[in-house]
Design a protein around this ligand. Sequence first.
Ligand code: SF4
Ligand code: SF4
Length: 644
Amino acid sequence: MLSLGIDIGSLSTDVVLMNDKREIVASEVIATGASSKKAAEKAFQKVLEVTGLSERDIDYVVATGYGRIRVPFAREVVTEITCHAKGAHYFFPRVRTVIDIGGQDSKVIKVDPNGNVIDFVMNDKCAAGTGRFLEVMARTLEIELEEMGPLSLQGADKLSISSLCTVFAESEVVSLIGADHKREDICRALHIAIAKRIAAQARRVGVEEQVVMSGGVAKNVGMVRELEKLLSTRLRMAPDPQIVGAVGAALIGLEGAGKVSPQVIQVKLPVEEKPGEEITVGTGLKPAPTLEESSLPKMGYLCTYTPIEVIRAAGFHPVREKKAKKAEGLAEEHLCTNICPYIKAAMEEKLSGSLEGLEGIVFMNSCDGMRRLYDAWRRLDGDKKFNYILDLPKTNDAAAVNYFSLLIRNFKERLEKCYNRKITQEELHKSIVLYNKVREKVKLFLQKQWSGYLSHSGYEIFSLMKRGINAVPEKFHDYISHLLKEDKTASNEAKSLPRLLIWGGILENEEIIKTIEEAGARVVADDLCSGSRFYDAVVEVQDDPFMALAARYLKKSPCSRMVNVFDRIHRILSIIEKHSIHGAIYHTLKFCDHSLYDYPIFKKEFEKKNIPLLHLTCDYTPSAHGQIRTRVEAFLEQLQNVKW
Ligand code: SF4
Ligand code: SF4
């Protein structure tokens, strides 16, 4: 039996042919070039040439690496995270930590005694600290890439590179060359900077002996030296560290080949290169496009702590501004670069003129970024529009509820003054009852779905919850009532998939949930402020509507801007227990300090309870890029080794 592992990276395509005695029969490394598919075909043909075999002799092909979905003749597709873990275990059975620095990304993988992934971290989608980064720096220094490592060994540790952004680092290197610093010293500084970043990544998963380094950068002696120093450990390397991922893929192929009928491999299939199949998940739930159409003027808001009942009582339709958008750079004229992408997207929306139809906008003092957004907004608008900021306590004790009730009352009075109208107790009461009705209905609907009497996908449920936020409440209530009449239990196939929870702050991009489900899991619950958390808890009607509103908003399921992290942990763990969750995904936006600070605390708690956890940090763009897909797929592969 022969199994072929093929690892398509951004710089090189590596192929390993393995027999059923787990011996490497042949291996090849070629440059990937512009087409992953062509590189895969070429590398395969090369292996056939050197072994004198034909396509028919190969029993099973497993593709991995960033171009893995572009190998039409692959029987199985597995992420490089799982493959590097398996490959490293093949060469070093006592491995517990794998550091893989490839052309496009760097990863640190924690493995169990059988070579299964327990945890991993991956660099962001920029090239900092990867083979591509070194390639650009070699070009700037006018030396060959292979010379970088040996040159850095000769350099002194006296310079530093402050940025690992490829563009900024390149200009730093140009300045150092201009200042007549020795190339050896510059090289050393570059290696130290990258090693520091990788070491920090490694500490996040916890470095355990033995540590194996794989990927093309493992051949760089300078990088190995700096990493060994920083991690105070010896790095082990396979004879050719570049083929470790392909070895792992070939090993998975041997396991797979034993379970299926032989495959006839045709390398040159007449398949068009396309960005992955469109897979339909769920029932195709499509709410009417008119759900958001209201006869009332619109008032915008940005945070789900905003008491929308007051806005509606004042005669406006509250609309949460949340369009997922890639930053065009317009916002940076008014806000700093390192600000949360949600805030940037809101500013971009404003500057592009698409918020002109709003009567005004209500801000919450939810974080410093939001405060600064309000300042910038007012500078732009002058007093032309109703721009209002509400303070928000960070606790929910009696004093906080009392304080917040006074703020909500002030907000109502400000609306009255600005629009020269009285908001009566009755109007406020009606609005509270209306939103309560929606929340009650949604609760019933979600209970029905969770109990298995409805069969919508997690993607559909999240998209629906998200749409409901800006829907006219009466229409959304009726639509949910209509859905509640359905009865369709989930298929057995769906029931056998791993059950996931996704939680965090704002997730606007439902494609992420689609990606998770297309990878083979079910998102059965969310706790996101742009999802079902919006509907959590009703307002307990009482004589003082402001106290009632304040209590609801401060006591509903909290987001990370509230101080009591243990309350959050407790709530999330009870969701996990209630829905028999197999793994959880924590979603944060870049630069959102609140949610990023929560992560290490959650991670510790989850480790204690053996709950698999994946952290996804995203940038508020409307697509789910390749790295998110890889992380999700690797997480699901990791779940296959967890008994539930
Ligand atoms: S994450 Fe919290 S603070 Fe941020 S918008 Fe959502 S509810 Fe508001
Ligand atoms: S996601 Fe975080 S940083 Fe962004 S607005 Fe919300 S709390 Fe502020």
